[in-house]
Design a protein around this ligand. Sequence first.
Ligand SMILES: C[S@@+](CC[C@H](N)C(=O)[O-])C[C@H]1O[C@@H](n2cnc3c(N)ncnc32)[C@H](O)[C@@H]1O
Length: 315
Amino acid sequence: MLEQFAKDVDEGLSQPKKELSSKYFYNKKGDALFMEIMKMPEYYLTRSEMEIFTEQTQDLINAFSVTPSNYFELIELGAGDGSKTRKLLAALSDQGYQYDYMPVDISKNVLDLLEDSLQKDLPQVSVKPKHGDYFEILQSLKNSHHPKVVLFLGSNIGNMSDETATDFLYQLGANLQAGDKLLLGADLIKPAEVVMPAYDDKQGITREFNINLLHRMNNELEASFDVDAFEHAPEYNETNGVAKSFLKSKRDQHVAINATGKVYQFTAGEKIHTETSRKYNDEILLDILKNTDFTIAHKFTDRKQYFADYILNRE
Ligand SMILES: C[S@@+](CC[C@H](N)C(=O)[O-])C[C@H]1O[C@@H](n2cnc3c(N)ncnc32)[C@H](O)[C@@H]1O
């Protein structure tokens, strides 16, 4: 894991346009900061999707096309704290559905917290966590032939470029069977005055979340980042619906990283791209899906139409 982290960091910081994968935000500190972000008034994504999960729980379940007497696997990619999923789990269990809940996450810390809290709050749910990168676990889905419902919530898909999202959904579809479902949470394109504060809040929690990546490299890769010499720099392009976060170097500087054995140069104003948060509409999603085995079967939105949960059918 550490070797892979060092390799990815070296690759990302050696490019003409420097970048780091957003999956490295999620260590213990990053998990805690993300839970704070979800509670922020500016972070409409969680509230909007929670409204769908709370008020349209039964419609979501009906769209899964599963029956109480037939066992299925409920797999969640990048589950985090599973706060919205709990609504589904409680309803499914109340109605006597037979299933295992299989949360997948790259953060072992968040998976342990999720398992503990579900054991306490919903002891009737059978939880089978899987620690790892969801890009790497896709093939293991083929190991069982049970019907599957895959959850990919919180617009996690938006962290991928459209090209990577197409490839990811193609691979996912290739490892599922006809009739399996994917519940895909997607943040919808909307004006900058709504989107920007979610990535640049007044209290500075999103700043801390972004800067934590520098702390993580200092701690785990023995890097020498002066964290005060970088600023949190989010951007949103309302026309194409792409939000991006960067860490911007405040001055000319160089940073040594022991784990890679290299020194990296930064000029004043140079940016490291740390996260993409793509926003969607039906057209963009259909364009991504056209080269995959998925079709849109249902679409659920919150009252403000900020967020959509699509039910995709594996053809
Ligand atoms: C933005 S949070 C969203 C959590 C949850 N889906 C929700 O809607 O509240 C992203 C979650 O995905 C996990 N994650 C990010 N990249 C991942 C990857 N490549 N493989 C597995 N998990 C990943 C993170 O650890 C984190 O828990």
